[in-house]
Design a protein around this ligand. Sequence first.
Ligand SMILES: Nc1ncnc2c1ncn2[C@@H]1O[C@H](COP(=O)(O)OP(=O)(O)OP(=O)(O)O)[C@@H](O)[C@H]1O
Ligand SMILES: [Mg+2]
Length: 223
Amino acid sequence: MLRVENLSKIYPSGDSKVTALGGVSFDFEAGRVTAIIGPSGSGKSTLLNLLAGFDRPSSGRILHDSTEISKLSDAELADYRLRHFGFVFQNYNLVSILNASENVEFPLTLQGVPRAERTRRSKALLEQLGLGHRLTHYPSQLSGGEQQRVAIARALITNPSVILADEPTGNLDTRTGKSILDLLLKPATEGKTVVLITHDPAVAELAHTILRIRDGQALTGEF
Ligand SMILES: Nc1ncnc2c1ncn2[C@@H]1O[C@H](COP(=O)(O)OP(=O)(O)OP(=O)(O)O)[C@@H](O)[C@H]1O
Ligand SMILES: [Mg+2]
């Protein structure tokens, strides 16, 4: 279980401040897919980045099982993320000097997995994602949708217990999007926690739980 308690994020902006997230409490349950929906600028990516520990909350707590993530040091957090979390960025964030397979292998490299095993696992996953013919292509040589699939593979390669994805099907056509989504949703059937941001009602419909965000607040109750 991944839990946020009264989570806030305030960004300085010149002389004023932007409250990107204004005190959100929510339980992201294991074995379930939670879709975060809400208008552009409502704080969805801010929340996901805090969950992943890429950014620090201004106040509030984040707990994963018995670990208070928001209390870990930077080094502990990086190590924790590597062992437990997979993240798909809104803008992919692939490493431009690594090819598709090397990008996917990267978390395994950090985990110290031997090269032969890394290559084998990366190839198998990229083949599942329909990119078996693009293993040695660099990000600049891939289409947007292909880069997105490489980013998804990189998030899944370590078999993480929490998968966080920011608009994972944004650049994919309906058919590709559906099969990619299946790959992201499957871990929930194995007890993992899956959280994805989407603007697509068809994607949100596949989730078990919906978290609506508006103006940095979680909307609960009737809609
Ligand atoms: N680093 C930052 N500094 C200042 N303001 C920021 C920063 N990051 C985000 N914001 C502001 O916080 C608010 C929430 O941004 P966020 O990226 O979380 O929105 P979002 O819901 O993911 O939107 P979208 O659907 O367009 O991706 C926005 O008003 C944004 O301008
Ligand atoms: Mg966003």
